[in-house]
Design a protein around this ligand. Structure first.
Ligand SMILES: C[S@@+](CC[C@H](N)C(=O)[O-])C[C@H]1O[C@@H](n2cnc3c(N)ncnc32)[C@H](O)[C@@H]1O
Length: 146
């Protein structure tokens, strides 16, 4: 039985990117501001990045194009299917590992695996970057090399 969020995002997946791409607020303000927050924390290449709750892979694609090895996780298979199609079309499949994982249980991921853990969550422009300020995700430091 999918969670409410998973069902919602499976339904949204086919139109998710268009909602961002066709809205000037997102393309001209929201995403540039988000990127400005992310880019400050980027480790030097080569590096491993976890994009947790990465959805259709919008930030995964940006990072993979820069040369990062990215693990993209999400609870929604629909979102991950869209991501996979884009990643393969861009020739980035060799750099991206896609895993269906609930962010509340990421025990399948080995400790100390990532140089950066990123989770860009909602349209409120929440960008969480290791170390996590969010108490509900206490396992985050475990995945990141310190
Ligand atoms: C607003 S979208 C953001 C997607 C992506 N980070 C981006 O910036 O475009 C939120 C994502 O979180 C995922 N999500 C929601 N609950 C989750 C959970 N418990 N575990 C993993 N992913 C989850 C959704 O499926 C969705 O893809």
């Amino acid at each position: 039985m999918p969670t409410k969020s998973e069902a919602y995002h499976n339904h949204e997946a086919p139109v998710y990117d268009a909602k961002y791409d066709e809205n000037p607020f997102f393309t001209k303000v929201y995403e540039p501001v988000t990127w400005d927050n992310i880019r400050r924390f980027l480790p030097p290449l080569p590096a491993q990045v976890l994009d947790a709750g990465g959805g259709t892979g919008r930030w995964t694609m940006v990072l993979a194009k820069m040369g990062y090895e990215v693990t993209l996780t999400d609870i929604s298979q629909g979102m991950l299917d869209v991501a996979r199609a884009k990643i393969e079309a861009a020739g980035l499949a060799g750099q991206v590992t896609i895993l269906r994982q609930d962010i509340r249980d990421m025990s399948a991921l080995a400790a100390d695996s990532f140089d950066l853990v990123l989770s860009k969550a909602t349209r409120s422009a929440t960008v969480r970057i290791t170390p996590p300020p969010c108490a509900s995700w206490p396992a985050w430091p475990r995945w990141a090399r310190t």
